[in-house]
Design a protein around this ligand. Structure first.
Ligand SMILES: Cc1cc2nc3c(=O)[nH]c(=O)nc-3n(C[C@H](O)[C@H](O)[C@H](O)COP(=O)(O)OP(=O)(O)OC[C@H]3O[C@@H](n4cnc5c(N)ncnc54)[C@H](O)[C@@H]3O)c2cc1C
Length: 452
């Protein structure tokens, strides 16, 4: 018997306390650097479980962390309650209305698979394994970002369990301020048990990537950056510099090599824009561009799937100057503890104000550069953090102020989180937080404290 037994008996799902069989399997999120030891991990089996867990934590004064896949965990929840929603995986697609209803813990893959038979696509990113809700609440920079904007801009409505355990609906007419804040303000306002998002008719896309030798990185990045200055909003692309691990699963020309890659997803057009890039870049080591369904495109990314100890940093840029490129290449030079950086092209539809406003800010930034590294030991973590601090410090003269929530490093503080929003959006978010979570129950996230 322990002091959670009465609570456990009420659950449709399961709960694990230290010492229970299975506790070790559920205590940590996908990002293993968050090495937490909660007093209780609840695997919610229903919306009622979500409400009961929020009430349990608040009534007992225990810290509460909400977790779906755990890809975006940022603070360890020691001795508190982890509310894990990963079993709430329902997805329903209304093909005529082009709307998906997504339960709290559904992964993008499930949403895309439900939408694909109708030639519909959701605004997913490079990893179909991340939670569709967590990703979308944090803005959501997808493969079709420049065509259809941030995923958060396509949110239509949400069901939310707020800090007192009440289930409320947020839409344009009901709790409209809450809806606005959820669109980009991340998990600060409650547990979203169902999110309704717009889907788009995307029959086929051109998608894939081309790989070039790493010693051509400066030239390839410059050519790609020139190309991004002329492409239409149909084209969403990124360039990556990377020391590829020598794994058997990696295609031969890249295996164990230092390479530069350009990837793109193009919704529409006749292929001329891609041809222009190919001819400007010359012969690649590998050219994997092809025509595919959106589902095939979204499932073919090279993102890691197994849980790992990952850390990183990112910055916004208005231009990819030769000096900025040099700094990024120095950060990721062969042998660096930071093996790769990705530069994504922003703008297009993401730069325009959406039909219904959202909290997403910094829409006019042209690029985001994001670097990630694995750090399995404390010693390696210290080395990686130092290299990231040096590299992003050197990059600072070439960056612009601001952050994107989904690319913010762990261990964020209210000051660093503030940088993700315009001053007006941040103030408004703090006021919405005061209304729906005045005691900052939902704080194990990129936290926005309530207005005083
Ligand atoms: C390999 C990889 C690839 C990525 N690619 C992209 C990309 O292409 N574009 C992009 O924009 N981002 C990308 N990300 C970032 C990713 O979108 C964020 O880490 C996101 O927060 C993950 O959400 P999650 O629900 O899977 O993770 P979690 O860690 O479970 O949740 C992340 C945050 O959202 C909150 N949350 C989750 N579910 C709910 C819910 N139902 N209600 C309320 N709050 C909730 C959590 O409390 C937490 O604060 C990537 C991350 C990784 C690791």
């Amino acid at each position: 018997m322990n002091h959670f037994d009465g609570f456990r008996a009420t659950l449709a799902g399961q709960a694990f306390a230290p010492g229970d069989d299975g506790y070790e399997d559920v205590r940590r999120p996908w990002n293993l650097l968050i090495d937490q030891r909660p007093a209780l991990v609840v695997l919610a089996g229903s919306v009622a479980d979500v409400q009961a867990t929020v009430r349990l934590a608040t009534e007992r004064g225990l810290p509460l962390a909400v977790q779906s896949s755990g890809h975006g965990a940022v603070h360890p929840c020691d001795d508190g309650v982890v509310l894990n929603v990963s079993r709430l995986t329902g997805v329903a697609v209304d093909a005529d209305a082009q709307v998906a209803s997504i339960d709290a813990g559904a992964r993008w893959r499930a949403v895309l698979e439900a939408a694909a038979p109708h030639e519909l696509a959701g605004l997913s990113g490079t990893a179909p394994t991340v939670g569709a809700v967590g990703y979308t609440l944090g803005g959501g920079l997808g493969l079709l970002l420049r065509r259809y904007g941030f995923a958060a801009d396509s949110v239509l409505a949400a069901d939310v369990v707020t800090a007192d355990g009440t289930l409320v609906h947020a839409s344009e007419t009901e709790n409209p301020e809450l809806l606005w804040a959820l669109k980009g303000g991340s998990g600060n306002f409650g547990v979203v048990t169902r999110l309704q998002v717009r889907l788009y008719h995307v029959p086929l896309v051109q998608t894939g990537m081309a790989v070039y030798p790493g010693d051509r990185a400066a030239e390839v990045l410059a050519t790609w950056a020139d190309w991004t200055g002329s492409v239409s909003d149909d084209v969403t692309s990124a360039a990556m510099v990377m020391s590829v691990p020598p794994l058997p699963s990696v295609p031969e020309p890249m295996r164990g090599q230092h390479v530069v890659m350009v990837r793109a997803t193009i919704a529409g057009g006749d292929g001329a824009e891609l041809d222009a890039l190919r001819s400007a870049l010359g012969t690649p080591l590998m050219d994997g561009f092809r025509t595919a369904t959106y589902l095939e495109a979204a499932l073919s990314g090279m993102e890691p799937t197994d849980p790992m100890p990952s850390t990183g940093d990112s910055a916004l840029l208005d231009e990819l100057s030769p000096a900025a490129v040099d700094t990024l290449l120095e950060l990721t030079a062969p042998g660096s503890p930071v093996p790769g950086v990705e530069i994504r092209h922003l703008g297009g539809a993401a730069a325009k104000d959406p039909e219904q406003p959202s909290a997403v800010s910094h829409r006019d930034a042209r690029y985001v550069a994001a670097a990630n590294a694995l750090a399995p030991t404390p010693e390696q973590l210290a080395v990686v953090r130092q290299r990231l601090a040096d590299g992003f410090g050197a990059l600072e003269p070439h960056t612009r102020p601001g952050r994107l929530v989904n690319f913010m490093p762990a261990r964020s503080t209210p000051e660093t989180v503030q940088a993700a929003f315009s001053p007006a959006a941040y103030q408004r978010l703090r006021e919405v937080k005061r209304t729906y979570d005045p005691s900052n129950v939902f704080r194990f996230n990129h936290n926005i404290p309530p207005a005083p």
